[in-house]
Design a protein around this ligand. Sequence first.
Ligand SMILES: *Cc1c(COP(=O)(O)O)cnc(C)c1O
Length: 575
Amino acid sequence: MLIKICGITTPEMARKVAASGVDYIGLLFTKHSPRQIDLATAKQICEVVKDYDTQVVGVFFDESQEQIQAIDAALSLDVIQLHGDAPRAAIANFTHKPIIYVADGKALPAELNPAKDFILYEKITPDSTIPFRYFIAGGIDKDNVLARIAEANPAGVDLSSGVEITRGVKDYGKIREFLALVKPTYYGAFGGMYVPELLIEPLHDLTKAYHEIALGNEFQAEFINLLKNYVGRPTALTEVKNFAKAIGLKHVYLKREDLTHTGAHKINNALGQCLLAKKMGKTRIIAETGAGQHGVATATACAMLGLECKVYMGDVDVKRQAPNVAKMRLLGAEVISVTDGSATLKDAVNEALRDWASSYETTHYCLGTALGPYPFPQICARFQSVIGNEAKAQFAEQTGSKPDLVIACVGGGSNAIGVFQAFIPDEEIKLVGVEAGGYGTGVGENAARFQSGRLGVLHGNRTYVLQTQDGQIADTHSVSAGLDYAAVGPQHSDLFATGRASYDVASDQEALHAFQLLTSSEGIIPALESSHALAYLIRIAKDLPSDCKVLVNLSGRGDKDLPGLLERGLIHVAH
Ligand SMILES: *Cc1c(COP(=O)(O)O)cnc(C)c1O
């Protein structure tokens, strides 16, 4: 479903509307509209919108053919919208770009091309037998939009006054509400279900089970009980005074996901999904894993819940993560070594999706982070939301206030979204996600999706993806296996695009330094992934007010990283 918002009048309005994930914005050039804009403003708007995946529509009513062409020549509009009184001859001038033709009862000109042009119905009920895709408009608001769509079956909806506070002033909250209603599988412009036909049915089944079972009281009571008595929640919130002092700050608090059973936040999601699968009547679980952390968490949940478990793991990873492979096998899981492609995580995900397409009657795919096709990002975020909910309450209890800054490392994005969610509504709290800066800024030297990634589709969702010039998935690198992935969860892409959260990087070297500093100053060995969040804080500490209250999500413990670091000579231990 396409969304077009008409009557954009300022560059700031354009930026906000584009960032929220709208497909088209309409600029009105007619003097009869209160939302008319001049060419100079239109130029600024086109410039601003270039950074987004939103197309600019020039809306014309009664301008002459020459005027329309002159405006298009100045702006290079993406789409031309012609109302009945705009000269029909103009249609012939725009055979090279899409036209939106406002029909409303008039005969459709033969010059229109169904392959690229749209019809817009403002007043009358669309004629669904025409060979064109069409928009509906007129009196659409959030209470009637779904009924209007069901009735008219359009390709898109065109909104203007339905999303305004007062005439000409757009209400961004309302636009977001609209988007959530009309595109429920998206976070703004990101997310969706980009999967082969075969996977649509299992994804729909899962969405239904998520709403009907996982959000129900009975499931929640059982899940909360397991989180408490099996995982060991609530995890502590620890003030780290020595570490804070060492970096020139006064108030640094760590949310201790390292203290969970299996040693990282991943168990929250794995347990939630496996419990849901069991309630759905599934007997078998498949999962992908990179370094093996999610594989171990899933195998653990399956052992406890009595489910069969098969873990897909790239052959390269099977060889370099032998202890986790042994652990999974000990827990009763079958580990399948994937030799396709680069034989790493992305190939393991492909293989798991392939398995699921033919096995979903009996099998749940337990995806390990907050990405993939909808509803996976939603489900994972929900099961991880316990992190932020606990941290927010603990922070208030221990300090009598709220954090100024919340930091988390971002691989696929599950621990970060887990902690961020509770704080998103409070815009005073700054949220920062930290990606793997690796050893450089070149392609293949990092996993910094928000630094050098582009919009793309990987593993069923539309999001920021590191890719080569011709759109192939780029190689990635990080000293921490959990951050070493080419795409990022779609909700993070949305938080980035809308500016609600910002994203930065920490390099391998910075992470190793943070790893050692927290260990030696506090007696807490952080996971290398979590060390990226600490490293970012170390780097920016001097720019913060010294009384800044900081919350860092310590996503996991570093015991798993130690053998590899020693073996590779990346850290040295004095005798
Ligand atoms: C897997 C992992 C991560 C990265 O995954 P997210 O989904 O981004 O949280 C971070 N920290 C630890 C300890 C991990 O095991």
